[in-house]
Ligand binder design. Sequence first.
Ligand code: FCB
Length: 441
Amino acid sequence: MPQATFHFPRGFLWGCATAAHQVEGNNTNNNWWKWEQDGRTNGKAGLACDWWGGRWKEDFDRAAEAGQNAHRLSVEWSRIQPAPDRWDEDALERYRAMLRGLKERGMTPMVTLHHFTDPLWLGEMGGWETEAVVPLFEKFVRKTVEALKEYCTLWCTVNEPNIYTLIGYVDGAFPPGKHDLRLSLIVQANMARAHAAAYRAIHAIQPEARVGYALHFRPMVPARPWFPLDRLERNLHFNAINMAFPSAILSGVMRSPVGRVRLPEVKGTQDYFGLNYYAQDTVTFDLSKAGELFGRRYYPEGSDVSDTRMVANIPEGFFEALKWIVRNYPNLPVIVTENGIEDVSDRIRPRYLAQHVHQMWRAVNFNWPVKGYFHWSLVDNFEWERGWTQRFGLWALDVETQKRTKRPSADLYAEICKENGLSSEMVKKYCPEVFEKMFPG
Ligand code: FCB
């Protein structure tokens, strides 16, 4: 039986990603809290993982003991700035304590400044629909970065601006629940302006900072590669979902199938590429999908799909995503800011993890500058409109008792982190069903 270890470069970052509203609990001053009160979510965040009550300590202990040397978390704007004219120094002090907690455990912090939630007061002022948000966000970023810069040099301005706008302004399942393609482009353009303003502000405060954003990137393939309409639909959907932010950063013009916006100030505002990869879509022409540009995205028959079919285990799509990044941004460091699967019984997660780490290793072997990997997520947390119905954690959470229970994937990931690599023994132990595929012969 072949034996091998896929090693990663020294200094590779291994960690998990979390987001404030999903783990903190008792966030009652943002748009998601309101969305929950309005009955738009499957249950409420409530105490979530009780990080605001201090349980981040035990979760960071778990992560550190499991060999993780980094963690990506987000700060909650509505806590730091509860009203336009008020800062909460205690909230900033708590975030300082969390980051200090990471440092004390030998973990590198990465801080996301906007992860889906907006202060209620911002919504009342028009949210991201007007350019007025740009200086407001910049002010919040300056205040926060000044307060946290002692502990952090790795910043993520906004998380998945494409998903924020797609689900909030086209699909309607995220607040504000609108269905307006044109507005979705305006919102994404304002997010890009705010990102660029934040990029410059952070560098002015901290010259050594590395600043980027996290893109939810979906590789896509046409269902029938020989059929021009499938190829056309694949391109339309690929551009609609993925390309607004990348086009703005590459060229200073945001391009999407619904229009273009000139954004010269956005060009080049990225020190690393933050990749959130979950799965690859197959796209087919579908006359019944007028609202979706006559295309349908799906996972092919027989795919290795999660409990609610939201994520499919398609590791080769991860490789394609990394390839797309290095082709378009030669020499830009890449950080995998999210990757994971919802899987309450940990039936797929071990192979999902092993196979994705394997694809990332292939990329590293081409000398592609992949610098770190953040698994989504450390412990089960509040999954937005899907609430508690999806479980992404390496540790399971009993929401009532706050008790954490380790899933086998946590041990597999610990072995990967400690080895700084993935070995054939690990695959044999945790997911023997893919051994042959990964180690043929
Ligand atoms: C991403 C989000 C993250 C989490 C995962 C499952 O789109 O950034 O907060 O919900 O999906």
